[in-house]
Design a protein around this ligand. Structure first.
Ligand SMILES: Cc1cc2nc3c(=O)[nH]c(=O)nc-3n(C[C@H](O)[C@H](O)[C@H](O)COP(=O)(O)O)c2cc1C
Length: 190
């Protein structure tokens, strides 16, 4: 359990955001992987991605290849949801926001520097992710230079961060909404 009924909204906010940020440096932290939801307005898709960074405004960063379905969908509809669950602390965090795609210079170049060696292969396959193939070998082809051409940074700008703390029959649910640069908490029926 991370938070309890004695916590003020502000204390819950501090504990939850601290836990989220700790996933960046604590080994095997369950918040390191998040479920990212996207839609083109009709079809809904979800997948796990790695949380690569989170800044002081709680913008969350993930990396991908610009040829993936999620990028195609975010170009049509920037709405995004992120979902985290900490099994030991029985804590769910749900973030709703919009995605900014960084495909050229700026943040893309900044984060590309953090992708070392062979890890670059995740964003540089010769054939596009999701392309049908006959043989597995077709999936493992890269042009020698491993350039950042398809590397894309997804910056998720949160509008709401909702927390569910499971606790016996007395769960706690609270939604934080960004209002005039401040995160305001509203307790909810779980
Ligand atoms: C634990 C885990 C972590 C993953 N991390 C990423 C990631 O950081 N970026 C990414 O693009 N795909 C990641 N993937 C693969 C995606 O889940 C997905 O299969 C792929 O990006 C294609 O998704 P799309 O076609 O829906 O865009 C990860 C998968 C798993 C299981």
């Amino acid at each position: 359990m991370l938070v309890n009924q004695k916590y003020t909204n502000d204390q819950i906010w501090k504990a939850v955001t601290h836990e989220l940020k700790s996933a960046l440096h604590v080994k095997n932290h369950p918040f390191r992987f998040m479920v990212m939801g996207s839609t083109d307005g009709i079809e809904v898709s979800q997948r796990y991605v790695v949380m690569r960074d989170i800044d002081d405004d709680f913008n969350v960063y993930a990396f991908t290849d610009d040829r993936t379905l999620k990028v195609e969908q975010f170009k049509k509809n920037p709405n995004c949801s992120l979902l985290f669950y900490h099994g030991e602390k029985r804590l769910q965090i749900r973030i709703n926001g919009v995605v900014e795609l960084h495909q050229y210079a700026g943040l893309k170049d900044y984060y590309w520097k953090s992708v070392k060696g062979e890890a670059k292969k995740a964003y540089t396959s010769s054939n596009a992710p999701g392309e049908p193939i006959k043989e597995w070998e077709e999936a493992y082809q890269w042009d020698g230079s491993l350039k950042s051409k398809h590397f894309t940074v997804m910056k998720v700008i949160p509008a709401q961060i909702e927390v569910l703390q499971l606790h016996k029959l007395e769960h706690l649910r609270i939604r934080f909404t960004k209002l005039n640069y401040e995160w305001v908490g509203q307790k909810l029926i779980p």
